[in-house]
Design a protein. Structure first.
Lengths: 518, 133
């Protein structure tokens, strides 16, 4: 009976998953947007389209207003840090502050040029960037999130639909200013991945979209990296029925707490207590043929060619030096680094003094965790290392105004002091007038590009002296760890046992012949 | 005046309808799957590297499909560009190529339109030239 109910349970799960996976592909919408008179007009701007959308979708814009996609702000409930794209700095393009006109090409809205942006406007919400199905909707790179003039807004508006890997990817694949630059596990190869690249998103297999895992409630998408869940307690829970339910954007939502079902693999379930699924199942980063950036040295920027234009050096299709950005290195199909992680991420904020860590870097973000806190597991991360501008007198990271064509723009006039002064003024922060450079590092969790089971990390890649987990402390890993004393006494006991057996054998032989003689 | 306005409205609606129809002729997303998982895979294995749609302009791609010549230019049917989207071709590689197997039932002319729509969508002079196909 127990076995039968187990079978019924798993069949049910497979059915639900199948419905989820195939639903987006086979289901047709109940609304044909080409038939809506409101959309059969020539739209002059994005906000005009939104005005038409919200006539029917009356709550949508207000829902968007509450999300991180709109505010670029997030209050971490654990450490009370106010983070989000608007507040943090990184060591790629550093910060959108004072560069909003350019960076908000990836904002889910229209018109965020400066600090005066109206966050209460419903018409400023960009519906099309997420719901375009045509691939014809493109935002302009330097116009505060407004679409390119060449976009036929009526055509796009009449062909809206569910989100896809393409719509999410138009920003998330290109974070940091280019394809695959930032994450290490996300680039446009995931638009059409095969099974080897990602078992879930396989375009001719399960064909997951981003929202299959990152399920939203009221337009609020699950799976924030500002406060991720490193160790999940709930078992299966694919559906998010309420906003207070644990988010489902992690492996256990579908795979449960004992994901390895085959008897010969069940031992691996013990590993899952201390090791994130990603550690074994995402063996390498940037596997889709797109290199990810690994280092970025802003201090070498500023070299111009004879015609006064920024110098550029390309190697293997990658920009390795740019007069506007400095030196950049790349990695492709590479092993991640591993850390203990409990889900708490602490950011180095602009109003905090920088602290150089023992490793010689300022940690722009710190993934907290330890082997003993009961909340951590070993996670794979991409660690991005850079050299970025800071204020040596105030001892703080700074906001450089890089974009635009004004007098202070670094990419136009290559004057760090002017660029930082403008950036700090815009951010309302003090600046001493001196710019220097400091080494920084930032970690990014690796969650995508899940390989087929046959390509998972093999046992001996960790259970060995110089394996992947060689730098992970606080846990005994057979094959890697050994106590010299324990080894000495172990071998001593083995030797004494052998000596004892040999002596005993000789004794038996001797006594045998002795008895025969007497 | 009224007559002019209604004529103008009909004209605009017809224009919008026509442009939508023109765009919808091929499904570029399906074409992308076939291009990346069948065309590119074979090119990497047998022709020494992938060909990005961004290597040609829209006009060059149109010309390529009009001439219908592919690979060794001996003009035999086996080397027609259309052969490589044919059911016969997909059937011949279905055991080693999952995309060909999955897309086996799509009519040849429809699949060809899908591939054309994809290269048109990401050609050198398109709004978003393809980077890594």
């Amino acid at each position: 009976m127990k076995k039968l109910s187990k079978v019924v349970f798993h069949v049910g799960r497979v059915f639900i998953l199948f419905t989820l996976v195939t639903g987006h592909a086979s289901a047709t919408s109940t609304a044909d947007h080409t038939k809506f008179k409101e959309l059969q007009v020539l739209f002059e701007s994005g906000p005009e389209v939104t005005s038409a959308c919200i006539k029917c979708h009356t709550e949508a814009a207000q829902q968007i207003h509450k999300t991180k996609h709109w505010t670029w702000e997030f209050l971490n409930p654990d450490n009370k840090q106010r983070v989000g794209k608007k507040n943090i700095v990184n060591n790629f393009c550093i910060t959108p502050k004072s560069n909003f006109e350019h960076c908000t090409a990836c904002h889910i809205g229209y018109g965020w040029r400066d600090n005066n942006f109206d966050f209460t406007s419903e018409e400023n919400v960009d519906c099309l960037v997420c719901h375009d199905t045509t691939g014809a909707y493109l935002k302009s790179g330097d116009n505060a999130g407004h679409p390119k003039e060449s976009v036929d807004l009526s055509y796009v508006a009449q062909n809206v639909g569910k989100t896809s890997r393409d719509t999410c990817g138009v920003c998330h694949f290109f974070g940091g200013g280019g394809n695959g630059v930032k994450h290490g596990d996300m680039d446009d190869s995931l638009a059409v991945p095969d099974r080897e690249l990602d078992v879930h998103m396989d375009a001719v297999g399960a064909d997951f979209t981003c929202s299959t895992c990152h399920m939203s409630i009221d337009h609020d998408v699950a799976g924030s990296r500002y406060a991720p869940e490193a160790k999940h307690t709930d078992d299966y829970h694919v559906h998010r029925r309420a906003s207070d339910e644990e988010n489902n954007a992690h492996c256990r939502a579908c795979h449960g707490n004992k994901p390895h079902k085959k008897e010969d693999k069940s031992r691996l379930n013990h590993h899952a207590l201390k090791i994130a699924c990603q550690t074994c199942h995402i063996s390498r980063m940037a596997r889709g043929g797109v290199a990810t950036r690994m280092t970025w040295d802003w201090s070498t920027a500023g070299k111009l060619d004879e015609s006064g234009k920024p110098e550029q050096i390309m190697i293997d299709g990658n920009l390795v030096y740019d007069g506007r950005r400095g030196n950049i290195t790349y990695g492709e199909d590479i092993e991640p680094e591993y850390i203990w992680f409990n889900g708490t991420v602490r950011y180095q904020l602009l109003n905090e003094k920088v602290v150089l860590n023992e490793d010689g870097y300022v940690h722009v973000n710190d993934f907290e965790g330890s082997p003993d806190d009961g909340k951590s597991r070993i996670w794979p991360v991409k660690v991005f290392r850079g050299v970025q501008p800071y204020d040596p007198e105030m001892n703080r990271l700074v906001v450089p105004h890089t974009t635009g064509s004004d007098e202070a723009s670094y990419w136009k006039h290559f004057d760090w002091v002017k660029a930082v002064q403008a950036g700090m003024d815009s951010a309302g922060l003090p600046f001493s007038g001196t710019v220097d450079f400091i080494k920084t590092q930032m970690s990014w969790p690796i969650n995508h590009m899940v390989a087929p089971a046959k390509d998972a990390v093999a046992c001996d890649e960790c259970h060995s002296k110089n394996g992947r987990l060689k730098d992970i402390d606080g846990i005994y890993i057979p094959g890697r760890d050994a106590s010299e004393k324990l080894n000495f006494y172990g071998w001593l006991i083995a030797l004494l046992t052998l000596v004892g057996v040999v002596l005993h054998g000789f004794g038996r032989i001797f006594s045998h012949f002795w008895r025969r003689r007497t | 005046m009224k007559h002019n306005i209604s004529f103008f409205t009909v004209f605009i609606i017809a224009l919008l309808g026509f442009s939508s129809l023109a765009e919808a002729k091929g499904n570029w997303k399906k074409g992308r799957i076939y291009y990346r998982m069948v065309c590119t895979e074979c090119h990497i294995e047998q022709a020494g590297g992938a060909i990005s749609p961004a290597e040609k302009t829209k006009a060059e791609w149109r010309d390529y499909f009009e001439r219908n010549l592919h690979g060794p230019q001996d003009a035999s049917a086996k080397y027609a560009a259309s052969y490589f989207v044919s059911r016969e071709y997909r059937e011949s590689i279905k055991d080693t190529n999952r995309a060909a197997k999955k897309m086996l039932k799509i009519p040849e002319d429809k699949l060809l339109e899908d591939v054309k729509a994809f290269v048109d969508h990401t050609a050198k002079d398109s709004d978003q030239p393809s980077r890594c196909e």
